[in-house]
Design a protein around this ligand. Structure first.
Ligand code: NDP
Length: 398
């Protein structure tokens, strides 16, 4: 039915191609390309049957990537490299007439600041070229945005309060490790907090606001208000939202390590000269930290990510609603050789590509996932290992 080029052979890329390989009726041909080809080859070999072709590409070199796209002729490019590559890959797709999908919004390497504005600026060009770009199709952003769209369609006349709650109650047995790319992860969680209230962004110090929240099947976990990218598009696409916040759980051990890393300058993103060589401390740190794609083997426990929503029901009454998915690290490892964070990101990216190939999510322009029909996507989540649950009229704790 469709041909796909996946870029990025990390933990998330592994899950994306594993999921696609199990769906030959949708993904007739799959190519995995990344900067280090040996990583692509190892993933392809594990899947077997010559199901996945591989290639070397530096996605920051637009002509090189465009050449690969022209020779392979995919229907869609799935970008699960790093946020730094987003604009280059969008340029290459635009130049070659191919659809685009990613899981994280653009972030300039020299500044720890992510925002959709850079990618939304491509809207007219994608529209004129008749091409679809699907932004933020992982779990958060991704499924959390689709949960919100689903709630708005089926359960609410208007959504007024949205709290996205992300708990990782897993234990990987390491003193400190990040669950996805360490550089991107540390840049994200050390920045100032930010949430939406009554038409304005409210800034907080990093991890200043926190409280215990109870996660289904897990129990209470200290949860910290941080800024997360889907808030930016959700408050735009659902203007009835009065307050939107994002909460993430962190253990004390993790926070202590993070504080030390920052205090000793290892989270710096500007280059320093060491022995006459320019190095960026956070990039060096990434090299010595555990590889998130390889945490799976000893990872136990669950993740629980969802949306807690308050608003007015279709019948005009005040209503609360909680929709979430719980994912088990050990099950994720058995299925794909990675942990639940890669799994919960990679499966939605594969489903998003499927939505495009089946022409269910195909419209020229640049779109966030909540701007598409959530229903077929939600059905695939249940089928492909990320089942969701919902509860109505409960205490949201928020
Ligand atoms: P990894 O660091 O494990 O993998 C990234 C891969 O991209 C590596 O294989 C890397 O190659 C490759 N890459 C980096 N730069 C280039 C380049 N210039 N050209 C080609 N390939 C390149 O990251 P993860 O798999 O953990 O994360 C992947 C993406 O998923 C990130 O953007 C992350 O932000 C996003 N994410 C989204 C989530 C969501 O829920 N929406 C949650 C978790 C992650 P090499 O091996 O050579 O370094």
């Amino acid at each position: 039915m469709g041909k796909v080029l996946v870029i990025g052979a990390g933990g998330v890329g592994t899950v994306v191609v594993n999921t696609m390989a199990r769906l030959p009726e949708v993904f007739t041909e799959i190519m995995l390309a990344s900067r280090t080809k040996s990583k692509c080859d190892a993933i392809a070999e594990r899947i077997g049957n010559n199901r996945v072709k591989t290639a070397q590409v530096d996605a920051d070199k637009v002509p090189e990537l465009a050449e690969l796209i022209r020779s392979y002729k995919p229907d869609i490019v799935v970008n699960v490299a790093l946020p730094y590559q987003d604009l280059h890959i969008m340029d290459a797709c635009l130049g070659t007439g191919v659809a685009y999908l990613d899981t994280a919004n653009y972030e300039p390497p020299e500044e720890a600041k992510y925002a959709y504005s850079w990618q939304w600026a491509y809207k007219d060009r994608y529209q004129e070229a008749g091409l679809t770009a699907i932004l933020g199709c992982g779990f958060d952003p991704g499924v959390t945005s689709i949960f919100t769209a689903y709630a708005a369609r089926h359960h609410f006349r208007e959504i007024n309060y949205l709290d996205i709650v992300d708990c990782n109650a897993g234990d990987h047995g390491k003193a400190f490790a990040t669950n996805f790319n360490p550089e991107i992860n540390i840049r994200e969680v050390t920045q100032k907090g930010k949430y939406w209230e009554n038409g304005n962004w409210v800034m907080t110090e990093p991890h200043e606001i926190h409280k215990p929240l109870t996660y289904p099947g897990i129990g209470p976990k200290e949860s910290y208000l941080i800024y997360h990218e889907e808030l930016e598009s959700l408050v735009k696409n659902f203007p009835s939202i009065k307050r939107a916040r994002f909460w993430m759980t962190f253990g004390q051990e993790y926070l202590t390590h993070l504080r030390v890393i920052q205090n000793i300058g290892m989270a710096r993103i500007d280059p320093v000269i060491y022995n006459g060589v320019e190095i960026v401390p956070i990039k060096f740190l990434k090299e010595v930290l555990p590889n998130p794609g390889e945490l799976g083997e000893n990872y136990k426990g669950w993740t629980s990510i969802g949306c807690r929503i308050k608003g007015i029901s279709k019948a005009g009454k005040e209503r609360t609603y909680y929709i979430w998915n719980n994912c088990n690290h050990e099950d994720a490892y058995r299925e794909t050789g990675t942990q639940a964070v890669s799994f919960t990101t990679g499966v939605p990216a594969a489903i998003g590509a499927m939505m495009y190939i089946k022409e269910l999510w195909k419209k020229p322009g640049v779109w966030n996932v909540e701007q598409f029909d959530p229903d077929p996507f939600m059905a695939e989540l249940n089928r492909l290992g990320l089942p969701w649950n919902e509860k109505f009229d409960i205490d949201l704790e928020l």
